[in-house]
Ligand binder design. Structure first.
Ligand SMILES: Nc1ncnc2c1ncn2[C@@H]1O[C@H](COP(=O)(O)OP(=O)(O)OP(=O)(O)O)[C@@H](O)[C@H]1O
Length: 505
């Protein structure tokens, strides 16, 4: 066969092959017999998969940054990202730093660290080794201008593991990673202090009660709170038990919440205690301003909008509303509901600046059906007049722990002296004098702290202690005068009674 014949032969062969290929494609695409198509696909794929399993017995799970059509950022991705920066995966050598958002643990000066693109790190779980890697795909060419997810590269984490660990990884390891990641996010996030505000339109009857917030950066911790050390220990243990109490609450069928009542005179550290609790538990704080909540319905709406892992505080509850009276009967409550309607301009009522929240509205809030929405929440009431509160409000189950915030005792004084003067003054004679006076006179910690604070650079410990002793002596004198005046008043009253009886006779 000469070269020309061979060329022609190959030409014909390739023509036949091309025609067959084109025909096959047309037949394949237009095949009426779908089942036949499926049969081919299944059998070829199955063989290919079997071969792949022999060559590569590893499976993978991908966690993408965005889900739901690339609009919503994925919670699972964030949880994995947090987990991958922990001790168990310290092998990560190259990190990516972002400013991030408050909720993710970034924001402000905090940096959000995660595995850099291309990094791979192993992790061990119950005898199985898994591998995590970080990667990203470039932005879409047809990026939608308003979608951040399609304009930027889309990151993802890939988890690879041997197929023999499939059940362990899917059913136990991944939930474990997500839980750990969530816990780390809660620890690292910028916490918030919320308060409710009331907004309304001028004449269209529109109004709403909403939460507004600022970063919560209160410096007070239990280390800086003066109180009986035993009592402090007991409160911390109680908080620990509450924080770790999910299983218990599930088992006994109780909503995972706990009520605290902090009571006694102004300046004994009730608000400070709330800050210390929030810092200890790393919870957000919702500071309820009850007087600006219009109705029970609005109160419920605010409750539903609160998040878990938070402290809901009602300061000076005795002054907030008329909650001191007895609970209303059903009829009175119905009347109150009518009042609610009257107060609700959206329901044709007139505007009324006064709050219509009732005692039973508040009781339902604390332990009614709605109180079970959300979990891991502390409800704290503070009051200077515990005797004025309705017993229903503070009964066990609503207020589970009642803490008396007392006048400054010796332990608190010692604590405040050490904290403010920053030196050991227990041997000082003025320290002994102040200690003796504190046994006779009531002074709240805020005042003791104030007298012990250095007011100028020349103030030394002795100056501060002398100032405190002087204030205590003055308070003692005033207390004595008051006592004498009261005794005289009582004697006067007795005299009038005796005189009246003598006149009667
Ligand atoms: N036990 C305490 N330990 C340390 N500091 C305290 C203590 N009690 C009060 N203080 C200080 O006194 C100031 C006022 O305290 P706080 O507002 O907590 O008192 P309160 O009992 O909530 O008062 P009120 O009833 O008027 O709201 C705070 O700046 C706080 O630092």
């Amino acid at each position: 066969m000469d070269a020309l014949a061979a060329y022609s032969w190959f030409g014909q062969l390739s023509l036949v092959v091309s025609v067959v290929a084109v025909c096959w494609t047309m037949v394949w695409q237009n095949l009426e017999h779908i089942r036949l198509q499926q049969f081919f696909a299944r059998n070829f794929n199955r063989r290919a998969r079997r071969l792949a399993a022999i060559v590569d017995p590893f499976l993978s799970v991908t966690f993408e940054e965005y889900e739901g059509g690339r609009i919503k950022s994925s919670d699972a991705f964030k949880e994995v990202r947090s987990y991958l920066t922990t001790a168990s995966t310290r092998g990560v050598r190259h990190l990516r730093a972002e400013s991030g958002g408050e909720r993710d643990g970034g924001g402000g000066d905090r940096l959000l660290l995660s595995m850099a693109k291309g990094e791979e790190v192993p992790d061990a779980f119950r005898g199985a080794t898994v591998w995590w890697s970080a990667d990203a795909v470039p932005p879409l060419r047809d990026a939608v201008p308003w979608s951040r997810a399609s304009r930027t590269e889309r990151r993802f984490y890939r988890l690879e593991f041997h197929e023999s660990h499939r059940d362990l990884v899917l059913e136990e390891y991944i939930p474990y990673v997500r839980k750990q990641g969530r816990a780390i996010m809660v620890q690292n996030r910028q916490r918030r202090l919320y308060t409710n505000i009331h907004r309304e339109g001028y004449d269209d009857g529109w109004y709403e009660d909403v939460w507004t917030h600022v970063p919560f950066d209160h410096p007070k911790t239990f280390d800086k709170l003066a109180m009986d050390p035993e009592k402090k220990k007991e409160i911390i243990a109680d908080l620990d038990m509450f924080r770790n109490g999910k299983e218990y609450h599930d088992r006994v069928g109780k909503p995972w919440k706990r009520g605290y009542l902090l009571y006694w005179p102004p300046g004994t550290g009730k608000s400070t205690m709330v800050a210390a609790m929030a810092n200890y538990l790393k919870y957000d704080v919702y500071d309820f301003e009850l007087t600006s909540v219009k109705t029970n319905t609005e109160l419920r709406k605010l409750l539903i909008e609160t998040k878990s892992k938070s402290i809901m505080v009602f300061e000076d509850i005795d002054c907030s509303l008329d909650l001191t009276g007895k609970r209303k009967t059903k009829e009175e409550e119905d009347d109150k509901d009518d009042d609610d309607k009257d107060a609700d301009p959206r329901r044709g009522g007139k505007k009324d600046a006064k709050s219509k929240v009732t005692l039973s509205g508040l009781l339902n809030f604390i332990d009614g059906l709605w109180s079970a929405c959300g979990e891991e929440r502390l409800i704290v009431f503070t009051t200077n007049h515990v005797d004025k509160l309705d017993p229903a409000l503070i009964r066990t189950g609503r207020m589970d722990k009642k803490i008396e915030m007392s006048y400054c005792d010796f332990e608190s004084f010692r604590f405040l002296a050490r904290m403010h003067l920053d030196e050991d003054v227990e041997g000082h004679e003025l320290f002994g004098a102040a200690r003796a006076l504190l046994q006779e006179v009531n002074m709240v910690p805020v005042d003791v702290g104030e007298h012990l604070t250095r007011k100028s650079v020349d103030d030394d410990a002795a100056t501060c202690l002398a100032r405190l002793v002087k204030a205590l002596e003055k308070a003692k004198e005033e207390a004595a005068k008051l006592e004498a005046a009261q005794a005289a008043e009582e004697d006067g009253a007795k005299g009038i009674v005796v005189q009246a009886k003598a006149d009667d006779n």
